[in-house]
Design a protein around this ligand. Structure first.
Ligand code: CP
Length: 312
């Protein structure tokens, strides 16, 4: 199979295992491209992509923009803060105005869960979800799983613990779904107040003790506390959180095996991980960022291939 089973990338839940392997194999090729002296291919010279960011972003936005440029697509960038959304324009009207300028694909980050699904039903363009509220962040999960595959050879059979604010995290849900589809075992770890009720129904284990979770895993994905999504306090203080769930070098060195440490960014150094862990050889945080460009190139390329097939 060399075609995705989906027409949009709205969430990991819609992808098959074969889709994920196809994305990874395509990303392998693009990773080789972006490490050449000329880091660009002419594949998408006939495609125009709009990047619509209704929420803050550094990595995802720059990574998508670079992926599009490396594929030679034309791009336009939209940021809600400086747009007519502030004058009351609806999401569908905003996007339809952009599409009237002959745009083929929309990459969208939005604070509302399901915004990408909504858009895919109302506008005639390929939609890529770049994060929708606390729901899904599919490209982050794909680049995370790709980075585990790169470091450990395979995702199947690996034990991955996701640590921290699971309750408010779109990265956690997308990672759980992607890792399970690829045959990994997943646990979550954090204060009970930040673990969603009934998460076990997803086939995920819960471990409240950080040391036990780290002793169990091959990979620890350390998540940020998402203060911007909290309207109440979920733990007594940041100091208390760091004491119980912060990963430092002393803990890392005390484990009976060498684990891989991941973080989707942005990092709060000294909270979820200390600087000496973030900058250690066991951390693959910057590999995740590098792989993000190749994985996003693969997703854009595979969805654009569908547009071209329909045109022919
Ligand atoms: N990992 C991630 O989504 O980072 P940004 O919010 O900076 O895009």
């Amino acid at each position: 199979m060399n075609e995705l089973s989906v027409s949009h990338l709205l969430g990991i839940k819609d992808l098959t295992e074969a889709d994920i392997h196809l994305i990874f194999e395509t990303a392998d090729h693009f990773k080789e491209v972006i490490n050449r002296p000329i880091k660009k291919v002419p594949s998408l010279r006939d495609i125009t992509i709009a990047n619509l960011f209704f929420e803050n972003s550094t990595r995802t936005r720059l990574s998508f923009e670079l992926a599009e440029k490396r594929l030679s697509a034309d791009t336009i960038n939209f940021s809600a803060a400086s747009s007519s959304v502030n004058k009351g324009e609806t999401l569908v009207d905003t996007v339809n105005n952009i599409l009237a300028m002959k745009v083929d694909m929309v990459v969208m980050r939005h604070p509302n869960p399901g915004a990408g699904v909504f858009l895919s039903k109302h506008v005639n363009a390929k939609i890529i979800n770049a994060g929708d509220g606390a729901h899904e962040h599919p490209t982050q999960a794909l680049l995370d799983a790709y980075s585990i595959r790169e470091r450990l050879g395979d995702v199947a059979g690996k034990k991955v613990v996701i640590v921290g604010d699971i309750l408010h995290s779109r990265v956690a849900l997308s990672n759980i779904l992607a890792l399970q589809k690829l045959g990994a075992e997943v646990k979550v770890c954090g204060p009970k107040t930040l673990i969603p009720k009934h998460i076990e129904e997803l086939g995920v284990g819960v471990e409240l003790n950080l040391i036990k979770a780290l002793e169990w895993c091959d990979v620890a994905n350390m998540l940020r506390i998402q203060n911007e999504r909290m309207d109440i306090s979920y733990f007594p203080s940041t100091r208390e959180y760091v004491k119980q769930y912060g990963l430092n070098k002393k803990i890392l060195n005390s484990l009976s095996k060498e684990i891989v440490v991941m973080h989707p960014g942005p990092i709060n150094r000294g909270v979820e991980i200390t600087s000496d862990v973030a900058d250690s050889k066991q951390a693959i945080i910057l590999d995740q960022v590098e792989n993000g460009v190749a994985v996003r190139m693969a997703i854009i390329y595979l969805l654009a291939s569908k547009i071209k097939r329909n045109e022919n």
